[in-house]
Design a protein. Structure first.
Ligand SMILES: [Zn+2]
Length: 480
């Protein structure tokens, strides 16, 4: 009897033109099957009723993987449009992916999270006030948006763009080179960053967007970053995957992340293109740093820090330093959030380790989708906090290399007996905060008043003298 009852309502709903149209035929769109499972009018006042519709959503799977047939294709990412939802309460019941972090938007630009989420049923619901709505696993960062952003970044004279090659489906694999061309290459650190190997991981691009925003702005700090470095940045290493709305694969089904040591017939054209450009750029000099930007279902930011056992103590220490520097004064990321890993040759990290023997530090960094530090009571992940994390990452890179930037001076000390003396010639008189660190652990945070004349700061050590760097920060309120 119950089923008959529902079917009657369903028939009534459809006859009156109340059905919802689903589609995903657009940039980054993805949807498998949709089934209407319930349709009920619910009285909302004496005169009005609201139509409640429940749909079962089966997310589309990536194609079968010819390089790693043992892996089950992922179906995590979804992004679709619903038309005809105005004034209706819609329930979306996900069968093969977790919609916990799902977002929706009326204009495909400004997204908000579904507030109503039933974890045990993998179900989200909302009452919609406009007729067309976009629903996605997380705020999309698609091909059209990237082209807009590239246009914006390349307007600067210190940014150039290059196409490394084309994807299987014929999309360009684009790379930005960002540097101050007036400073000789030999004096710079060389950094390669690539993102979006896994197309369902749009938070990685929002983070990178923040990093690029800060790196390309017209400020004294950004100008100093560009004097100190050459950044090679590939925002989409898997453009077909992004455009096609795949979760973890390219259009051929290959998971490019673990495709760096396969034989030629099952190596994706995209990985071949990346390897060729990395080879040609490092013929004379290796990269100092390679970062591989991802997102993860764990509710925290993590680096995959290479273990000491799988590399060596010096390399592990460098990795820890960058990792901890990224947590420095960062409200979203903490030292306990790290993962530890072995750079196997199937990953870009292992491919580089085998070629450079540790001269290039290569690490993966992961952004979450939902909240930070495994704590749902703190702030949830937003586009703006992801961008902020891009800025923290850039600052950490600067500290890691010891770039001396306005407001944040990195000094090297001289050991004299049980004292380490730090000097800086041009720091004006005023109050400064001083930080020291060892493996990036912040050891002290003191305010010192500087008198006219050269800056001098002495650390007295009990046993081993302190030999690490020292950072002098000038908070904005103290800067004239
Ligand atoms: Zn990933």
């Amino acid at each position: 009897m119950k089923w008959l009852f529902i079917l009657t309502f369903l028939a009534a709903g459809l006859q009156e033109g109340h059905s919802v149209k689903f589609s995903a035929n657009f940039d980054s769109g993805s949807l498998g099957k949709v089934n209407l499972i319930d349709s009920v009018w619910v009285r909302s006042s004496r005169t009005d009723s609201v139509l409640h519709l429940a749909y079962e959503i089966i997310s589309r799977q990536d194609p079968d993987n010819p390089a790693n047939p043992e892996l089950k294709p992922s179906a995590r990412w979804f992004y679709f449009m619903m038309e005809g939802v105005k004034g209706k309460h819609i329930y979306l019941d996900f069968q093969n992916t977790d919609p916990m972090r799902a977002v929706y938007s009326y204009d495909a630009k400004h997204y908000q999270r579904f507030e109503d989420y039933q974890a045990s049923l993998r179900k989200v619901s909302a009452f919609f006030s406009r007729d067309t709505v976009y629903v996605a696993y997380f705020v999309p960062y698609g091909q059209e948006l990237l082209q807009e952003r590239l246009k914006h970044w390349t307007a600067s004279s210190f940014v150039t763009m290059d196409t490394l090659g084309t994807s299987m489906m014929g999309l360009p694999i684009q790379m930005l080179t960002i540097t101050d061309p007036g400073v000789p290459e030999k004096e710079k650190n060389r950094i390669w960053i690539h993102a979006r190997v896994h197309p369902g991981e749009s938070p990685a691009n929002w983070q990178l967007d923040g990093l690029l925003g800060r790196l390309t702005e017209d400020t004294p700090v950004a100008r100093q970053y560009r004097r100190q470095s050459v950044f090679y940045v590939v925002p989409f290493t898997n453009p077909d995957g992004v455009y096609g709305g795949y979760s973890r694969s390219n259009a051929r089904g290959i998971n490019q992340e673990i495709n760096w040591d396969h034989n030629d017939s099952v190596t994706s054209v995209e990985v071949k293109v990346l390897r060729a450009r990395m080879d040609s750029l490092t013929r004379e000099c290796p990269f100092d740093l390679v970062l591989n930007m991802h997102a993860q279902s764990d509710d925290k930011i993590s680096y995959y820090v290479p273990t000491q056992e799988s590399t060596n103590s010096q390399y592990h220490e460098k990795a820890m330093r960058l990792a901890y520097l990224t947590t420095d004064d960062n409200p979203y990321f903490f030292p306990e959030d790290m993962f530890y890993s072995v750079p196997a040759p199937r990953y870009v990290e292992g491919w580089l380790w085998n070629r450079t023997g540790g001269r290039t530090l290569a690490m993966t960094i992961e952004m979450p989708y939902s909240y930070y530090n495994e704590n749902p009571d703190r702030s949830w992940v937003t586009v703006s906090s992801l961008r902020e994390n891009g800025e923290f990452l850039l600052r950490a890179i600067s500290d890691y290399f010891g770039w001396d930037t306005p407001g944040r001076h990195i000094l090297k000390g001289t050991i004299r007996g049980n004292k380490t003396i730090f000097r800086y010639d041009n720091l004006p008189a005023g109050e400064y905060r001083v930080f020291t660190w060892d493996n990036a652990w912040i050891l002290c945070d003191t305010v010192v008043k500087k008198h006219p004349g050269p800056f001098r700061y002495v650390i007295r050590a009990e046993g081993e003298p302190y030999s690490g760097p020292l950072r002098v920060s000038i908070p904005a309120i103290w800067q004239n």
